[in-house]
Design a protein around this ligand. Structure first.
Ligand SMILES: [Zn+2]
Length: 417
């Protein structure tokens, strides 16, 4: 299959043994079965980007084109990225913190951060000449692959666990691709997709396209630093599913320094958030263990319900080496976290956002996150995707007849303003 190496990509490199490979739709090392990652010529990137050139770029993740592993003109673009970074003073005050920011990735085309990884993966899939896009998904990825495939004129097969939230099924199927519901959990779905990837010449975004796909998450770090005036936060809180997002955000800050876009070497403490019903990485962290034990997920945070996380060890290393922390929060705490963020900042996050905010709260209470730190919290998906989680506790305050008397009876309001 023909391929065009992107300008600043040297090739693929094994994350375990360092062996190098040509740019191709491959994802594991033939020698040690380690995962492959994109390797860049950072000197060439440094010579081709500046803060000014980035500022003059589009208001999307494509403003960081030279730092991404795809050719510019083949981009599959729905306008992903450059989402708001908002100062969250009311949330900070409730938690005894002083400098908290929300990176609001609910504001992407299909309302989750997955649009970042998918626009990179499918742009690369077009370069490779694939005609079909596919993925194993806990929901958000399904939405995004179906939408971007439609935009790119690719056929799509999206594989999901059959117990997914209704909102995520409808917002995938509407784009017209094939939606295959599997009776099993995400790890079952993922295993089937790895088998299918060996049978069909399809671009499985999180299987054979994974090295390119994963790079899209770095744009969250790029945007965060640029939006903070080319500075890095002291501490970030990131939800953990496969662990790739956390690892790549951390890598993104380092790359900015390598290519001369940051004045000083970043020292970002990285904390990870998991749901108690699926917390293999957090559990290893809390037990001070070297082994991540796979679990059978049982949580309302279905977008994080990966029981055997592919990048779990890498994420654990980043958290430990950076001096961050981890927590696992219950379903009740997740719902409270969703409502806390909505009530204080006007942002409606899906259950994964509830996990992240509840973890922020827990780590702040434990003193892991300190009041003097500038904290950035990554909110990765919109609450309309998981209405089931909050609908039992979010109804009308009162239902009354259309009369003043009925209103006065229901509400005891003292002032007229
Ligand atoms: Zn290797």
């Amino acid at each position: 299959m023909a391929h065009t190496p992107a300008t600043h990509v040297l090739g693929l490199r094994c994350r375990e043994c360092g062996r190098e490979y040509d740019v191709a739709p491959v994802y594991t090392c033939e020698w040690c079965f380690g995962p492959l990652e994109v390797a860049y010529d950072y000197e060439a990137i440094a010579a081709s980007v500046s803060r000014e050139s980035i500022a003059a770029g589009p208001l999307s993740l494509w403003r960081y084109g030279p730092l991404l592993p795809v050719e510019f003109d083949r981009a599959v673009d729905l306008g992903t990225g450059f989402t708001p970074l908002v100062k969250a003073d009311r949330l900070a005050a409730e938690l005894g913190l002083r400098d908290v920011w929300i990176k609001n990735d609910t504001r992407n085309p299909t309302n989750s951060f997955k649009d970042r990884v998918v626009s990179i993966a499918l742009s690369k899939a077009l370069e490779f000449g694939f005609k079909v896009a596919a993925c194993a998904s806990t929901g958000n990825l399904a939405n995004s692959v179906a939408a971007h495939a439609a935009r790119a004129g690719l056929r799509s097969y999206v594989f999901i666990p059959s117990n997914l939230e209704q909102g995520k099924i409808v917002t995938t199927a509407v784009y017209g691709g094939k939606v295959v519901a599997i009776s099993g959990n995400y790890d079952d779905v993922n295993r089937l997709c790895a088998e299918l990837a060996g049978v069909y010449e399809w671009a499985f975004v999180n299987v054979n396209m994974r090295p390119f796909y994963a790079e899209g998450s770095k744009t969250l770090a790029f945007e965060t630093a640029e939006q903070l005036g080319w500075e890095t936060p002291d501490h970030i809180v990131v939800p953990v599913a496969s662990g790739s997002l956390l690892t790549k955000i951390h890598k993104g800050f380092d790359e900015l320094y390598k290519v001369g876009l940051l004045d000083s070497r970043p020292a970002v403490r990285v904390s990870g958030a998991q749901a108690l019903g699926c917390s293999p990485v957090a559990q290893a962290y809390l037990d001070n263990a070297d082994t991540i034990r796979p679990v059978k997920p049982d949580t309302i945070a279905k977008s994080l319900a990966i029981g055997n996380p592919a990048d779990g060890y890498f994420a654990l290393d980043v958290v430990r080496a950076s001096g961050g922390g981890m927590a696992a929060v219950s379903d009740g705490e997740i719902v409270e976290g969703m409502r806390l963020l909505a009530r204080t900042e006007g942002i409606f996050a899906e259950t994964a956002g509830g996990v992240t905010v509840a973890t922020l709260r827990k780590l702040a209470a434990d003193g892991v996150i300190r009041p003097d730190e500038r904290v950035v919290v990554y909110i990765t998906g919109h609450g309309l995707k998981t209405l089931e989680a909050v609908s039992p506790t979010c109804g009308p305050t009162a239902t009354i007849a259309p009369t003043l008397d009925a209103f006065h009876e229901a509400f005891d309001i003292e002032e007229s303003s």
